[in-house]
Design a protein around this ligand. Structure first.
Ligand SMILES: *Cc1c(COP(=O)(O)O)cnc(C)c1O
Length: 402
């Protein structure tokens, strides 16, 4: 990639995503489950750029949304309501109402209280809400605690026993229609046996429900597939993933729902910035760059490892910390990393930044958000322009006293 030319045209920092890579991953995931009816619901929260969503709509992707804002993004990008599902532990009444009005495919419920609220909202609208219940199978996903969600100590989903009770209630309600079951035990899973275990637990529930004349259509296995951020990481094999789940579903006629986020987009993306300065404090070497934790927070928040290169610098490598300019010691992209010598203006690339990068960015330190580019069929184009100072302050400026 000609980073220098991109820097001339768009300045730094910026994100760039390879759409062809995302397409390839989407199609191979779909292929792995070809023995069954399946539907991918891309988890928008990993990267919700409208052009990216529009590209996925063309591939017939569905969308897993966790806020009404994400549902609106999916619709804006051209998604059909019947390809949209709604997850999340804290949906508001207003969000539930809008989701019903949009007539999306189903709502993943995460508590009894939410079910009762949804029922009352559906009753007011005089319609039947299609629901799925997120089961918390109490398995340890063995990932970073912040992105582990499948243990009873986590806030997500309901225990199997409660789920069964909820299905029975929903079956007898005039305003609820149980259509699916859902689990999602965590993110960045490189070892998939916890998912298989969860699938077994949830499949058992599906059979019990069947015996009670509750016939579900969707078996939603969530997301969580990990990617190789480090050279020593090995990514799960898609075929094994599919087999590990499908083996629990013999004799059940279910459509497999998948909610991959990271797996589809993480490795498609790079965050490109420029070196501002190098300095040493005592013996410690720092490279200070023009991107920061407000642009890309994964290293700070999860101590995530991301490969970093200085594509145009040669020479001997020495240990350094790569940091942003934000007034926090937690503002770093890498610690104790070996990189060649650099100087102001040099280009630095942070790899595998396509997931939970821009979508977690903020204006902290009153910095404008970076721009986003797409590479598709050999062409590079802007898909989100760099934020301006005026845009950043627009919602406050009008309240200034004369
Ligand atoms: C975050 C999330 C996903 C996507 O997780 P990835 O690890 O990015 O695949 C899927 N489903 C739900 C309910 C989520 O909260």
């Amino acid at each position: 990639m000609d980073y220098k030319q991109l820097k001339n045209e768009f300045q730094t920092p910026f994100y760039i995503y390879n759409f062809d890579f995302i397409k390839k991953r989407f199609l191979s995931l779909k292929e792995a489950f070809k023995a069954r009816k399946s539907q991918i619901f891309y988890a928008l929260k990993a990267n919700s750029n409208l052009s990216l969503l529009q590209m996925l709509v063309k591939l017939d992707s569905g969308f897993d949304c966790v806020s009404i804002g994400e549902i609106r993004r999916a619709l804006k990008a051209g998604a059909k309501p019947y390809k949209i599902i709604f997850s999340g532990v804290g949906k508001t009444k207003e969000e539930l109402k809008l989701a019903l009005e949009y007539d999306i495919l189903y709502i993943n419920l995460e508590s009894e209280a939410e079910m009762i609220l949804l029922e009352s909202v559906a009753k007011k609208l005089n319609l039947k809400a299609r629901i799925s219940i997120r089961v918390n199978p109490n398995v340890d996903a063995k990932t970073h605690p912040y992105i582990s969600t499948g243990l009873n100590e986590n806030k997500f989903g309901v225990e199997t026993q409660i789920a069964r009770k909820m299905y029975l209630y929903a079956k007898n309600s005039a305003f609820l229609e149980p259509v699916g079951v859902h689990f999602h035990i965590g993110s960045q899973l490189l070892e998939l046996s916890p998912i298989y275990e969860a699938a077994g637990i949830v499949a058992k529930l599906v059979r019990e429900l069947k015996a009670l004349q509750i016939e579900l259509k969707f078996f939603d296995i969530g997301g969580g597939l990990g990617v190789a951020y480090e050279k020593t990481d090995t990514e799960p094999k898609l075929y094994e993933y599919a087999q590990g789940i499908l083996k629990h579903l013999n004799g059940l006629d279910l459509t497999i729902g998948m909610e991959p986020g990271r797996y589809l987009v993480a490795k498609s993306g790079e965050f490109v910035c420029s070196v501002l300065y190098e300095k040493t404090n005592k013996d410690k070497r720092f490279i200070i760059v023009d991107g920061a934790m407000n642009d890309f927070i994964r290293p700070s928040l999860y101590e995530a490892y991301h490969e970093i290169i200085l594509p145009y610098n040669k020479g001997e490598e020495s240990e350094c910390d790569v940091v942003g300019g934000i007034c926090e010691s937690g503002d770093f992209f890498a610690r104790k990393r070996f990189l060649p010598k650099s100087k102001g203006g040099d280009i630095m690339v942070i790899k595998n930044a396509g997931a939970y990068g821009f979508s977690m960015s903020s204006n902290y330190n009153s910095r404008n958000r970076a721009c986003e580019l797409a590479l598709e069929e050999g062409q590079i184009r802007l898909i989100r322009q760099r934020e301006s100072f005026e845009e950043q302050i627009a919602l406050e400026e009008k309240f200034l006293k004369a």
